[in-house]
Ligand binder design. Structure first.
Ligand code: MG
Length: 400
């Protein structure tokens, strides 16, 4: 039997929910057989599209779609310099699409190809924000009423942007926040939620790397008594050595890694058990192939998965997360930002959310499609990104 080969690869850019998404479509020599993958780097969409269409499409044209492992390494090494978020997202788009194609050829969902389900559905955590502890409490209760057991709480958005900030003259424009105020408000918030909502709900918190390292260590220690399910992104990728200090101070579980672009960044964090959950952003790390390898490595070290699932992941990327989650024995939890009706229309076959769980459908491959005509009605905004222009009260740029 002749091999099914890659005929063409395209990147589809669309923003049905306002956030830029990039979806890769790999077309094959078999009429009607194609695969989809998520290559969403929301703030550099044009660069990803360029890599996919100008470099990966000619590199892979005519090659056998069944050789995912070989093609992943070929894509990774072809640029000589490797492991950057733009290249990785482009590779991820193709990698996921190849898994999708393999599933369609086998007549099986991707979770079957990866070993089969370890659970019928994936438990997710939801996010509750508010301008006051009372408002956050109300939002936590709303999720609990829906059956959600794990809620990530925040006051005033990442960095706690509540109240006015005393800035110097000529302070540049930006998204200002005060790390000190954020620290104090967060401790108060946890105290309020535990005393007003109770001890049953599992609480999570994301510092979004907004605190100086020692303050992040202090917050982990302060929050220990509130028994967090996990403490997320408490340090930027450049400062992970501080995790050893957190480990010496408290048992607050640590979830980290949504900004990592090289699986090797996890190596010593896993080997030394400095984290409890890997926050893999599957498209940024290069797709299903490296994400599955990482989760298997973690299983050997007693570390669980908690893959990144924000709004700047396409529904195809969410589907890939869910298939990986269903299989991993060491699955911990999945972040779920929700998929709105417009996205569902553009992407038929989205995973389904119900009572705190997300379910994959049983269709072959990733089980999701794209209505390209509809997608074209929601063009991306390729202007300058504003939310990442974060600043501390004296006007200094801060990483978002
Ligand atoms: Mg996060």
């Amino acid at each position: 039997m002749a091999a099914v080969t890659i005929r063409n690869i395209r990147a589809i850019c669309t923003a049905p929910a306002g956030c830029n998404l990039v979806v890769v479509k790999v077309e094959t020599s078999e009429p009607g057989l194609y695969g989809l993958g998520c290559a969403t780097f929301a703030y550099r969409t044009l660069a990803v599209k360029c890599i996919v269409e100008e470099y990966l499409a000619p590199l892979l044209a005519g090659r056998d779609v069944s050789q995912i492992e070989e093609l992943w390494h070929l894509m990774n090494g072809n640029s000589y310099w490797r492991y950057g978020p733009i290249i990785n997202n482009a590779i991820s788009g193709v990698d996921m699409a190849l898994w999708d194609i393999k599933g369609k050829m086998a007549g099986m969902p991707v979770y079957q190809l990866l070993g089969g389900k370890s659970r019928p559905a994936v438990r997710v955590y939801r996010h509750a924000d508010g301008r006051s502890p009372d408002e956050v409490a109300e939002n936590v209760r709303r999720w609990m009423d829906e059956g959600v057991t794990h809620v990530r709480i925040q006051i005033g958005g990442y960095g706690g942007r509540v109240g006015s900030i005393n800035k110097p003259d000529e302070a540049p424009d930006g998204v200002y926040y005060s790390p000190d105020k954020y620290f104090r408000d967060t401790v108060r918030l946890f105290d309020y939620i535990r005393s007003h909502v109770g001890g049953e709900v599992e609480l999570l918190h994301d510092t979004h790397e907004r605190l100086p390292a020692i303050q992040s260590v202090a917050l982990a220690k302060e929050l220990e008594k509130y028994r967090l399910f996990f403490y997320e992104d408490c340090l930027p990728p450049e400062q992970c050595e501080w995790l050893r200090m957190i480990r010496r101070q408290c048992t607050t579980p640590i979830a980290l890694g949504e900004l990592f672009v090289n699986p090797k960044e996890y190596d010593y964090l896993i080997a030394e058990r400095l984290i409890d959950f890997i926050r893999v952003h599957v498209s940024a790390i290069g797709g299903i192939t490296p994400a599955r390898k990482l989760s298997i490595l973690c299983e050997a070290f007693g570390i669980r998965t908690a893959f990144h699932g924000p709004g700047d992941v396409s529904p195809v990327g969410h589907a890939a997360n869910i298939h990986l989650d269903l299989v991993a024995h060491n699955f911990g939890i999945q972040e779920w930002a929700g998929i709105n009706d417009t996205l569902r229309e553009v992407f038929p076959g989205c995973p389904e959310y119900k009572n705190g769980f997300v379910y994959a459908n049983n269709r072959p491959g990733l089980g999701i499609d794209i209505n390209e005509e509809l997608a074209a009605r929601f063009p991306c905004d390729d202007g300058i990104t504003r939310w990442t222009q974060t600043r501390r009260p004296d006007g200094t740029y801060a990483y978002p």
